[in-house]
Write a protein that binds this ligand. Structure first.
Ligand SMILES: [Zn+2]
Length: 427
């Protein structure tokens, strides 16, 4: 979903949300602006937090849940929403995520790094700096990593360095660094699941976390709020024995040997949604804009609820072949991990056959919070050797691989962007 073609994301973050309709009133600066200044009962004094003007209002999209990637590191993938609460144009100079007892800098974006990890809401083109007009907002996509679970901070804060074209009001300087958007880090482990696919050399398209892939960049404005349902989504395509995605004409379904591959339940659970009536798209290009309703973006799909460690999760299997889900499952059916739920297809918002898979916190494929997951077992073969290698593969050339660290058998790790792994469903 969301620009489903497997590609290496560049600096341009995938299109998503429209203009944010919230425009905050500017600080007047005349009389304290209504911030603070009130009397505090003595008994409440201990609870009063020091009041600091923060002209860039910031919030996190979710309490980040750590997950181990195939690089062996713990990833915290989440988003910041920044809003310029003044009427003066601001340039965001840097964004730092800090944590731990010493407020160690765990991730920092500035310059091109900041540009490639952010998008100004309402702007079509990426500029050369992250500039926010008065009232304007921006998203920043973070991938905070630490070496192991013990090194995870309990709390993250964010230091935003900002330069205004002039001091926004008498209370504020033109340049400042503010500490904002404190969030606890979730101590819930990512669910351990079986693979939905079987076989060798599955390429992890548009996966997490370091780059803002079309999945990560999808900020869905639905039901009155932003959702990041696809934060950890994967578009899986399989390479053949010659390491080609397709062999023959890219516009022919028969060129994709993995079309119709069985798709398996990743856990024991209950089927809560089945859509199975949508025709496949002809491969080679995305459906024309406006031809799909938002509820059809996933094409034929299955949503499955499953429980783990007292938490409820929903698995989303999308773009299935027409008629394939109904052969195996119906709403309300209990399934075991490994049971077939459909076959890989090319229905919905897709330009070539692939399985879009993600885990979320509700049964709504787009109006959900995307959650991380790990595969209980997989074999890491390597990683696509850069953007040129991927582009060549998308033209039908064999995919060139870079061995990704120690390749081989992996347990309880999430495939990362452009990994090639051997997958196995539950047996
Ligand atoms: Zn997708």
């Amino acid at each position: 979903m969301s620009a489903t073609r497997v590609r290496m994301p560049g600096r341009r973050v995938a299109a998503a949300a429209g203009a944010l309709g919230i425009v905050l009133a500017a600080w007047t600066g005349q009389d304290g602006g209504g911030i603070g200044g009130g009397e505090v009962d003595g008994g409440e004094e201990a609870a009063v937090v020091e009041e600091v003007l923060t002209p860039i209002v910031a919030s996190v999209s979710t309490e980040p849940t750590p997950v181990t990637g195939t690089d062996g590191r713990m990833h915290l993938a989440y988003e910041l929403l920044l809003i310029n609460a003044t009427t003066t144009e601001a340039t965001i100079d840097s964004v730092q995520a800090v944590g731990g007892e010493t407020d160690e800098v765990l991730e920092e974006y500035a310059g091109d790094d900041l540009l490639s990890h952010s998008r100004v809401v309402g702007e079509q083109d990426t500029g050369t700096t992250v500039e926010l007009r008065g009232g304007q907002a921006a998203f920043v996509w973070l991938d905070v990593t630490v070496g192991n679970r013990e090194a995870l901070p309990e709390v993250l804060r964010h230091e935003i360095a900002v330069t205004f074209t002039e001091a926004p009001n008498p209370l504020l300087p033109a340049q400042l660094t503010e500490t904002v958007a404190q969030t606890p880090v979730s101590d819930t482990p990512a669910p351990v699941i079986a693979s939905p696919l079987d076989g060798s050399n599955w390429l992890t398209g548009n996966g997490c976390c370091a780059e803002v892939s079309p999945h990560r960049g999808a900020a869905n404005p639905i039901n009155g709020q932003y959702f990041f349902a696809e934060r950890f989504a994967i578009d899986w395509v399989q390479l053949d024995e010659d390491m080609q995605i397709f062999d023959g004409e890219p516009t022919e379904m028969s060129s994709y040997a993995y079309y119709d591959a069985p798709v398996h339940a990743v856990a024991d659970g209950t089927i809560v949604a089945v859509v199975d009536h949508i025709q496949d798209q002809p491969p080679g290009s995305n459906p024309a804009p406006g031809t799909l309703q938002v509820t059809e973006f996933g094409g034929n799909h299955v949503v499955q609820r499953f429980e783990q460690n007292g938490h409820t999760y929903y698995a989303f299997y999308a773009h299935l072949a027409p008629g394939s889900a109904n052969e195996y499952v119906e709403v309300g059916q209990e399934v075991d991990a490994g049971d077939q739920v459909g076959r890989l297809g090319n229905s919905g918002n897709t330009d070539s056959p692939h399985l879009h898979f993600h885990v979320m916190d509700s049964h709504n494929p787009l109006a959900s919070n995307g959650l991380p997951f790990v595969l209980e077992s997989q074999k890491l073969v390597g990683t696509a050797a850069g953007e040129d290698a991927l582009e060549a593969a998308l033209e039908g050339e064999p995919l060139q691989l870079t061995p990704a660290g120690p390749s081989g058998e992996r347990e309880d790790q999430m495939p990362l962007m452009l990994d090639v792994t051997d997958l196995r469903p539950a047996t």
